[in-house]
Design a protein around this ligand. Structure first.
Ligand SMILES: CC(C)(COP(=O)(O)OP(=O)(O)OC[C@H]1O[C@@H](n2cnc3c(N)ncnc32)[C@H](O)[C@@H]1O)[C@@H](O)C(=O)NCCC(=O)NCCS
Ligand SMILES: Nc1ncnc2c1ncn2[C@@H]1O[C@H](COP(=O)(O)OP(=O)(O)OP(=O)(O)O)[C@@H](O)[C@H]1O
Length: 460
């Protein structure tokens, strides 16, 4: 039996057994562990870091929260971890400042962030002002397309800070420069940063000085270590957490009948931009995992056969001179649709129903447990809405351009043109349940796919 919430009361003795206590928490809790320090135990920076570092290592799935004052009253049922009981604290602790500021992206709020937020909660009696990066501030981060929406990140920060701090308010706002409220609000007193963002605090103070505002005390926390060899990270980081989410189910699947005509296979869409690695993944899903794969780009070509229904429709829509003797003049048609997005859309609306009809026939014949519908424009066509789930593979736009130039012998500007007729990685990812990234070695792509398949087979 696991409990949702746990409470660990630490004193100078049982802190020696921290790793063991956190391992117990990992086995007996499903959600969150509150940690409280007994009044006889000093809240040193080392101890706070140690609690969060060990939490990352020994109970990584539990949301650990070191409270600054009382345990939040709204939760009344905790499982006690260890033997130390919780007694009421002697009174309000003295806070050094009224208003403290800090900033960050706070994607997938992690134990490094928590050290920083804990420090702010320990120091501020009234307001903890947090700037949360958005838009161009996040555009250069690795796997930025997977960063949670700013509203969710702000909510998670407020939820954490107000839960641990008891009395102080947490005020968040999106920031699109490295300063945000820190150079606007006059009566701030301190800024909390880590060793790596110390320069940012100096820049804030420089601007405040120029604007005649008071200087902020700069409070520095040490980085909580972590290790990600692929991303070359030596600290716990959101990028690593995003990478760890590749191949995992990120959004609930859709309830749809199995197969459009009530057939048996479970249908997955596989989308991705040009040269994103779709074909490689589709081949692997077929050969290693035994899934049936329908390559819709190939299927689309068969729809253009001489005298086909599609060709007739194209002639009616784009003019008889596009179809000569029952065959589409692809060069002429390309000239029309690749220079005009609305024409491309009109063509897609003619092609997609034909492709979909053919694909459905293939699905109905399939005896495989899972059928993968591989289609570059799956989401543009809205087809994903009829499928149980959609997987998207992506690489950053610069890498896609590099691959297209190398593979298809195009110039950089031709490659960019092709990509601009497609939706962005972010749009695709937002519409997908599982995200894969083929930026690294083939083994890494395949490991993501294996992870995705393993989870898939458990849920279907
Ligand atoms: C420009 C800023 C806000 C961008 O934040 P960034 O994208 O780095 O945020 P991220 O979510 O990665 O981290 C947020 C904060 O947690 C710290 N942090 C991240 N990982 C860890 C870790 N493992 N251990 C300890 N601290 C960590 C970061 O150093 C940063 O201070 C920031 O880097 C900065 O320069 N801060 C100093 C100036 C500032 O606070 N400005 C805004 C005030 S509103
Ligand atoms: N780790 C990787 N995983 C998958 N593909 C990779 C990887 N590294 C490099 N590539 C290369 O990326 C290119 C694109 O792969 P692939 O042909 O599978 O993409 P695609 O999405 O099917 O492309 P398109 O839709 O343009 O046909 C290939 O040249 C492939 O060798």
């Amino acid at each position: 039996m696991t409990s949702k919430y746990g409470l660990l009361v630490l004193n100078s003795k049982n802190v020696q057994k921290l790793k063991q206590l956190l391992t117990t928490a990992a086995a007996s809790l499903s959600s969150r562990l509150y940690v409280r320090l007994n009044p006889d135990t000093d809240r040193t920076d080392d101890l706070v870091s140690k609690i969060y570092l060990n939490s990352a290592n020994f109970c990584p799935k539990i949301d650990v929260r070191l409270v600054v004052s009382e345990i939040p009253g709204k939760i009344d049922n905790y499982e006690l971890i260890g033997e130390e009981k919780y007694g009421k604290s002697s009174g309000k602790s003295e806070k050094k400042y009224k208003k403290v500021v800090l900033g960050g992206t706070f994607d997938r709020l992690h134990n490094g962030h928590k050290v920083l937020l804990n420090k702010a909660a320990e120091l501020a009696s009234d307001d903890i002002v947090v700037g949360v990066t958005d838009k161009e501030m996040i555009a250069k981060k690795s796997l930025f397309e997977m960063i949670e929406p700013v509203e969710i990140r702000m909510k998670n920060v407020v939820d954490f800070v107000e839960d641990i701090s008891g009395e102080a308010n947490c005020l968040t706002e999106p920031i699109i420069d490295p300063f945000g409220p820190s150079t606007r609000i006059k009566d701030l007193e301190a800024i909390v940063v880590s060793r790596e963002t110390l320069k940012g605090a100096d820049a804030v103070n420089k601007i405040r000085n120029e604007q005649g505002m008071s200087q902020l005390d700069v409070i520095i926390v040490e980085l909580v270590e972590g290790n990600d060899e692929i991303l070359n990270e030596t600290k716990i980081s959101s990028s690593s957490r995003r990478r760890a989410d590749l191949g995992r189910l990120l959004k609930p699947t859709r309830e749809v009948p199995r197969g459009e005509n009530g057939g048996k296979p479970y249908l997955i869409g596989l989308a991705g931009g040009i040269a994103s690695g779709k074909s490689h993944i589709a081949k692997y899903l077929k050969e290693k995992h035994g899934f049936d794969v329908i390559d819709c780009d190939k299927l689309a070509h068969t729809c253009y056969e001489k005298g086909s229904l599609l060709n007739q429709k194209i002639a009616e829509h784009f003019g008889n001179d596009i179809v000569i003797d029952g065959i589409v003049d692809r060069k002429k048609l390309g000239g029309i649709v690749f220079s005009d997005k609305s024409k491309l859309r009109e063509l897609s609306e003619l092609v997609w129903p034909e492709v979909r009809k053919k694909a459905t026939e293939i699905v109905d014949q399939s005896t495989a447990k899972v059928v993968v519908i591989e289609a570059a424009a799956l989401i543009e066509a809205g087809w994903h809405e009829a499928l149980a789930e959609t997987w998207t593979v992506f690489v950053p736009a610069e890498e896609a351009v590099r691959r297209v130039v190398e593979r298809d012998s195009l110039t950089e500007s031709q490659a960019k043109d092709r990509m601009s007729s497609q939706i962005s990685n972010k749009q695709r990812i937002d519409a997908s349940n599982v995200v894969l990234c083929s930026l690294w070695k083939y083994e890494e792509t395949r490991a993501q796919v294996d992870r995705a398949v393993e989870e898939l087979l458990q849920r279907i």
